[in-house]
Design a protein around this ligand. Sequence first.
Ligand code: FMN
Length: 199
Amino acid sequence: MKRIVAINGSYRDNGTTDQAVEAVAAAARATGAEVEIILLRDTPIEFCLNCRECTQLPGEAPGECVQHDAMHELVAKIEAADGYILASPTNFGSVTALFKRFMERLMVYGYWPWGMHAPQFRKAALPPKPAVLIGASAAPGIMGRWLNATTKQLKTTAQTIGAKPVGTLFIGLAAGAAHPSLSKGTLRKAQRLGEILVK
Ligand SMILES: Cc1cc2nc3c(=O)[nH]c(=O)nc-3n(C[C@H](O)[C@H](O)[C@H](O)COP(=O)(O)O)c2cc1C
């Protein structure tokens, strides 16, 4: 059975992002996968210290972080997964601070010894795993998707952990209601992406 890990950087329970992640996850489960949803708001992760300890040794496996927090287990889950759902609302033009903090801790996926100008992605030479990206914004979908950094940052996250996007669900006009619900069109797209992720 395929294992999918969903990483959700929304701050709110049952907002647009939560619902979209649930919809893609439900379709992936119905297609035969096991899906675990990680809510970053419930996951105690410290900020990256830029000590670069985790980047010094070569190899495909993530480096060891000096901090012993929930990121350790999360990286193990990412490593064991066959595919990913990566999700964040857009706040001030980018992924949320919650998601960004998680992204920076993915430095363990870089080989970057002192003296080397830029990191190499440890997973670059491996066949990529599939990822579905989910973004949301107050701005209409097309604007939200192309004018903000969110989609690019979700793509960078996928690339860092050795994944390649197989589809993006970007939901615009997502700030109009205290208790939003997804349109039928969005639910249909979520269903399709959940199936593509597993097949
Ligand atoms: C602090 C903050 C900053 C935001 N900045 C933007 C923004 O720059 N552009 C935008 O289109 N929407 C912005 N929004 C709206 C959020 O993107 C929108 O409420 C969110 O996508 C809904 O996701 P959720 O239901 O999962 O919380 C912002 C919302 C908050 C609370």
